[in-house]
Design a protein around this ligand. Structure first.
Ligand SMILES: [Zn+2]
Length: 301
C-alpha cells in the first residue's frame, strides 16, 4: 500500500514539470494584445526595477506589468502556470538577466529583452546580477528596454525615445548626486544585508561587505554572525544594513553586539511595497533614501 502511494506521488512529481514544459513550447502565437482590446503592446517585466524602468519608457503607450507581485522578494520566486501563460502572451518580456530569472531560459528569445546583455560581466567566479543598483548600468538597461519597445511598436519610436531620454537624464543626475554626496566620507566600507551592492560599490569607490551572499534568503551559520561582528569592530562600522522585504532581526542581532551599533535600511530595490508605490515612490526616490542612509553609515559630511 505504502509503495503504491509512493509510486503514484512520483508519477505526479514527474507529470508537473513536463506539463510546464509543454505550456512553454506550444501556443507559439502571441494571443490578443490585451483584455481591454486596445492596441497597446503588453509588456511583462520580471520584477520591480525592470517594471519601473519599463514603465518609465512606456508611459501610456504600452501596458506594463510586473511578474513578481509587489512586495515579494524575487530571488527564490518561481512562476505559476498562470504566470507562464502571461509571459507567453506578452508582446515583450523584460528581464534582468545574468541568471536572475532562471525560468526565462524556456521563453522564446524573439520577444525577450535581456537588459544586461552588453554589460561587461565579471569573469571571476559567479556573475553578480544586481546591475540596476548602479545608475550607470541602469541606463544601459533602460536603453535595452527602449530598443525592445521600439522593435514591437515602431510607430511610437519617437515617444519612447523621448521618455527614455528624460529618465536617463534623471539617472545621470542621480549618478552625479551620489558621486558628490559620497565625496567626503570617513569610511568607505559598509555591511549590506546581502551581496546586492557590488556594482554600486565599484562605481563609487566603496567596499561592500555583506552578511549573506548573492541571495537574501537562506540559512546563516552562527560563525558567520560572529565574523560580521568582528569585521564591524575591526573596520569601526556601527551601521548594519537591513532590507525592507526581509525580517530585520538578523541585522538587529548583529547591531546589538556592536558598541553603538544600529540598523538602517539599504534597499536592494528587489521589490517595493504597495504604500510606497501608491505614494509615487520610484527608483530615483528609493536610491536617494539609500544614499541618505549610506551617508550615515559611511560618516559623510
Ligand atoms: Zn539580490
Amino acid at each position: 500500500m505504502v509503495n503504491h502511494t509512493r509510486i503514484a506521488l512520483a508519477a505526479i512529481a514527474v507529470v508537473i514539470p513536463l506539463a510546464m514544459v509543454a505550456t512553454l513550447y506550444t501556443d507559439s502565437e502571441p494571443q490578443t494584445r490585451n483584455s481591454a482590446g486596445s492596441n497597446r503592446p503588453v509588456v511583462v517585466a520580471s520584477f520591480y526595477p525592470l517594471y519601473e524602468f519599463a514603465s518609465q519608457v512606456a508611459g501610456d503607450r504600452a501596458e506594463v506589468s510586473s511578474l513578481v507581485p509587489t512586495g515579494i522578494e524575487p530571488h527564490d520566486w518561481e512562476p505559476t502556470f498562470n504566470d507562464i501563460s502571461t509571459v507567453r502572451s506578452a508582446d515583450l518580456v523584460v528581464i534582468n538577466g545574468a541568471g536572475f530569472e532562471a525560468w526565462s531560459e524556456e521563453i522564446d528569445s524573439v520577444r525577450l529583452i535581456d537588459t544586461s546583455e552588453g554589460i561587461e560581466q565579471e569573469e571571476e567566479g559567479l556573475i553578480n546580477p544586481h546591475f540596476w543598483l548602479d545608475p550607470v548600468l541602469a541606463i544601459h538597461q533602460v536603453e535595452r528596454i527602449r530598443d525592445g519597445l521600439i522593435a514591437v511598436d515602431p510607430e511610437n519610436a519617437d515617444y519612447y525615445h523621448e521618455r527614455a531620454d528624460r529618465f536617463i537624464s534623471r539617472l545621470n543626475s542621480l549618478d552625479s548626486l551620489i558621486t558628490s554626496e559620497l565625496a567626503d566620507c570617513q569610511k568607505s566600507d559598509f555591511i549590506a544585508f546581502h551581496d546586492a551592492f557590488a556594482h554600486f560599490a565599484k562605481r563609487y569607490g566603496l567596499t561592500q561587505h555583506s552578511i549573506l551572499g548573492v541571495s537574501p534568503e537562506g540559512e546563516i551559520p552562527p560563525q558567520r554572525i560572529e565574523q560580521v561582528i568582528a569585521l564591524a569592530n575591526e573596520l569601526d562600522i556601527i551601521v548594519i544594513y537591513a532590507e525592507e522585504l526581509i525580517d530585520s532581526r538578523l541585522a538587529e542581532t548583529i547591531a546589538a553586539e556592536i558598541r553603538g551599533g544600529r540598523v538602517l535600511v539599504l534597499s536592494p530595490m528587489e521589490g517595493i511595497d504597495k504604500e510606497e508605490q501608491q505614494a509615487g515612490v520610484g527608483y530615483i526616490e528609493k536610491m536617494e533614501e539609500n544614499l541618505a542612509n549610506l551617508k550615515e553609515g559611511l560618516d559623510c559630511r
